[in-house]
Design a protein around this ligand. Structure first.
Ligand code: DOR
Ligand code: ZN
Length: 348
């Protein structure tokens, strides 16, 4: 990686993105396909992507929506339910249709109602995944509403993740979009080829006070919800450390403006247009630009047993900050994430 007034990275991948389908997919895909060479595509559509058959047709839809000259590769995931058939799942993995499977605790987040009600029910699935070397991606929050929303990730570690990992010691797990110091410490205490975590640009940039700065900020609302500043600092420290257990996953999750600015607004932040630029700003603020290539482009492929991309992407530092338009979708819009600091880098 070269750093000066310009910065060259191995082309990154996005290890966690929501591309949706139909018109939304057609509109958001370009931003992901421009910045990233591959992306782990989340399966929480309505209805969800459960079977190998579902994933083949969803992957076809994504590829058909790409520009003709794009070589972006969507890596597909299966949405686990209480009824997931391990034979179909592993056959899909062995055929290269699925790269991983996603565990949503039922009710944890957007379109998670068909998710898993009790992880014990999935032990045969987890055993099959473990034997096949198929990674399990986890939305790590408990769903008990008696547990405070700010404690749900912390509690998940003790009540679900640690017992699951004790039952399946060889299962490869990605703890997705971590938001707490407890998650950072937990991942750091584990074997790097068995447990890793993605970290989003928004969780590196905002804390829970930012959600209410001057009024309620629905466009910063996402799940897991941003936590106190001490947790944001722990995430920045983990990302900027170069530790291979931490890697880039934007969790870019577009929703139409009226679904966000509502009496019951949806969770999700759309950050694909400026995700890389936000990561660059965070690493620069922390004098860690020399660690960015590992976080953005090397650690993810290593965990997934894939080669890093053999292309590069170059950024230049500007004298004036970048600005970003909202995305027009039909007669509505999707608001692009704005971090609470200026973005001076842009892709060349
Ligand atoms: O904020 C979120 N939005 N968190 C998730 O886990 C799902 C996502 C979505 O699909 O909108
Ligand atoms: Zn997500």
């Amino acid at each position: 990686m070269k750093i000066n007034k310009s910065l060259t990275l191995t082309k990154p991948d996005d290890w966690h993105v929501h591309l949706r389908s139909g018109e939304m997919l057609a509109k958001v895909l370009r931003d992901t396909a421009t910045s990233f060479n591959r992306a782990i595509v989340m399966p929480n559509l309505s209805p969800p992507i459960r079977t190998t058959y579902d994933a083949v047709s969803y992957q076809r839809e994504i590829k058909a929506a790409l520009n003709k000259d794009s070589d972006f590769t969507p890596l597909m995931t299966s949405y686990l339910t209480d009824e997931t058939d391990p034979d179909d799942l592993i056959a899909g993995f062995k055929r290269g249709v699925f790269t991983a499977a996603k565990l949503y605790p039922a009710g944890a987040t957007t379109n998670s109602d068909s998710g898993v009600t009790n992880t014990l029910l999935l032990d045969p699935v987890f055993s099959a995944m473990s034997n096949a070397g198929m990674p399990l991606l986890i939305h790590g929050e408990v769903v008990d509403h008696k547990i405070d929303i700010f404690d749900r990730e912390h509690k998940f570690i003790e009540l679900v993740l640690e017992p699951l990992r004790n039952r399946h010691k060889n299962l490869k797990i990605v703890f997705e979009h971590i938001t707490t110091k407890s998650a950072v410490d937990y991942v750091r205490s584990s074997s790097p080829d068995k447990l890793a975590a993605t970290i989003t640009p928004h969780h590196l940039s905002v804390n829970r006070s930012d959600l209410f700065a001057g009024g309620i900020r629905p466009h910063l609302y996402c799940l897991p919800i941003p936590k106190r500043e001490e947790h944001r600092i722990a995430l920045v420290d983990a990302a900027c450390s170069g530790d291979k257990r931490f890697f880039l996953g934007t969790d870019s999750a577009p929703h139409l403006i009226e679904e966000k600015e509502s009496s019951c607004g949806c969770a999700g932040v759309y950050n694909s247009p400026n995700a890389l630029l936000t990561y660059i700003a965070i690493f620069e603020q922390n004098n860690a630009l020399d660690k960015l290539n590992s976080f953005a482009s090397l650690n993810g492929p290593e965990f997934y047993n894939l080669k890093p991309n053999n292309k590069e992407i170059e950024f230049v530092k500007r004298s004036s900050p970048m600005s970003f338009d909202d995305l027009q979708v039909g007669s509505s819009r999707v608001k692009t994430f704005v971090p609470p600091f200026p973005l001076f880098w842009s892709a060349k």
